[in-house]
Design a protein around this ligand. Structure first.
Ligand SMILES: *Cc1c(COP(=O)(O)O)cnc(C)c1O
Length: 494
């Protein structure tokens, strides 16, 4: 299948090329030229997660070959996931929580990042590329670890992760700085996620830098959700959830659902929008933000304005002011106007805002949750249903409650549950009445486990005794030098 850049209609690639390149040369993101139609739900009723994944990924990535994809999917979605359904759908109080956090790093990023290394390997083979791939990634906390986990010790790949030093949870940080594998590099950036992400984007767009890499037999790629190899695998679980509801007879034929997504970079909710384009019966896509509510404002008045301080919240993976994947939605909704998108995105870069208020964004509803509301949501579900959710999911839960109040809509609804509550233990514990003052993270997790009667996930438990391997930190201006140092390709004359 062909993919096209949002900022240049002449940049058209095969899926294998798009997966390797990550981002288009002029800064645009690749989007599918057409959407395959998948809506014969009768025939999907007997398929498991892997089989649905093969159907969907096969239709976007035919170049990789169906046999190769099947093999990859079987290896990616195996016992690394601690639940045989891969993504269990849990009905609490009439709401379906789609638990996307049963993978190795306990957040939804595993859904795509456990398969991305296989997609890249396959694409390299198809494109006859022998150079080593350098995966350069900025993380708000969860992508970094999931990418490290997926790419550690993968031959022919090096992975470099930049995370905001003070913008991730204790568990997230530990997960990254204890990462093993000779091909892994982790750096704490003195700044916030947007600093890290902009630094990475700058490297991608820096001709001299990529030339230097090429001279040394490296090719740059990305594990961020700008990569279509991240985006497409995320469509699968929305189909899977719908089919599960059909099987449980919660839905009539062709009955629509709402999908609530706690949103940061707009990747997860965009995958749900893509599912809708492919024929999944979706009513509203509910975009839930935390106090960094840029998207809420944009969906309300068509003005995207990032000129404000980034708030550090208890849902750090959503502490983002530049939601990269929104660009893809704008491209589709603007009638695929690459010139307009190029102009608006440059304006965002230069002036910090843009206005696009004549788009039909009726598929979406946006709102946000404040810290206090996040705590209340966690507490309410635990007290009344014994169900524990993490702060990101709680943002989704709160925004859904606001949506229901405002609209009285009774459409059956799925909330994307994006992380294990044990990844964000302090906030979850304090929300359900555990006194966390002066206690270290592991003590808090133990108390949380006792009170909730849920064992601490083993992948978090084991962090306690792991050695810290990665101690590098950098200012945002030093990121490029760091990469050169790791790859041993420093400037010859300095
Ligand atoms: C990344 C992440 C999000 C936000 O997803 P986007 O695709 O960036 O919108 C939400 N919750 C958790 C736990 C995450 O890791």
């Amino acid at each position: 299948m062909k993919f096209i850049s949002t900022r240049n209609k002449n940049a058209i690639l095969k899926s294998s090329e798009g997966i390797l390149q990550g981002i288009s040369k002029e800064g645009g993101l690749f989007v599918p030229c057409t959407f395959p139609e998948i809506k014969d739900f009768e025939s999907l009723l007997n398929k498991n997660y892997r089989e649905i994944a093969l159907l969907i990924m096969g239709s976007f990535f035919p170049e990789l070959g169906v046999d190769y994809l099947k093999e990859s999917i079987d290896m990616a979605y195996d016992t690394k996931f601690d639940n045989k359904d891969i993504v269990p759908l849990i009905n609490i109080d009439g709401i379906n929580f789609l638990e996307l956090y049963h993978g190795p790093t306990l957040a939804f990023k595993d859904m795509a990042l456990s398969i991305l290394p296989y997609l890249i390997k396959g694409a390299k083979k198809v494109e006859n590329i022998n150079e080593e791939i350098v995966i350069l990634t900025a993380t708000s906390g969860d992508t970094g670890k999931a990418a490290l986990e997926g790419f550690a010790n993968v031959e022919g790949v090096k992975i470099i992760v930049f995370y905001p030093e003070d913008g991730v949870s204790e568990v997230q940080k530990r997960q990254m700085i204890t990462q093993e594998g000779d091909n892994t590099f982790v750096v704490g950036v003195r700044g916030n996620f947007d600093d890290a992400q902009s630094g990475v984007k700058r490297m991608f767009n820096n001709r001299n830098f990529s030339k230097r890499l090429e001279e040394n037999n490296y090719i740059l790629s990305s594990a961020n959700s700008i990569n279509i190899g991240r985006l497409i695998p995320q469509i699968v679980y929305y189909y899977y959830a719908y089919i599960t509801m059909l099987k449980r007879k919660e839905l009539k034929k062709e009955e629509k659902i709402n999908i609530v997504v706690p949103t940061g970079n707009f990747g997860n909710i965009l995958a749900a929008y893509y599912a809708k384009q492919m024929g999944l019966p979706v009513n509203k896509l509910i975009c839930a933000s935390n106090e960094n509510n840029v998207l809420t404002e944009f969906l309300k008045d068509g003005i995207y304005d990032k000129r404000r301080d980034l708030a550090l919240t208890s849902s750090p993976s959503m502490d983002i002011l530049i939601s990269s994947n929104l660009e893809r939605l704008l491209y589709h909704l603007s009638g695929e106007d690459d010139n307009l998108i190029d102009k608006k995105m440059n304006q965002l870069n230069n002036k910090g805002y843009y206005e696009m208020n004549n788009l039909d964004i009726g598929d979406f509803y946006g709102n946000y949750a404040e810290e206090e509301e996040v705590s209340q949501g966690i507490e309410y579900l635990f007290k009344n249903n014994g169900y524990l959710i993490d702060p990101h999911t709680a943002v989704g839960y709160n925004v859904y409650e606001k949506y229901k109040l405002e609209t009285k809509d009774k459409t059956k609804t799925i909330i994307a549950s994006t992380a294990s509550p044990f990844k964000f233990g302090s906030k979850v514990a304090s929300s359900i009445g555990i006194d966390i003052k002066g206690k270290d993270e592991f003590t808090i997790l133990e108390e949380l486990s006792q009170k909730s009667n849920i064992p601490i996930p083993s992948n978090i438990q084991s962090l306690k005794n792991k050695a810290i391997i990665h101690k590098n930190t950098a200012n945002k201006e030093e990121m490029e030098d760091m990469v050169k140092k790791f790859l041993d390709i420093g400037d010859k004359d300095d």
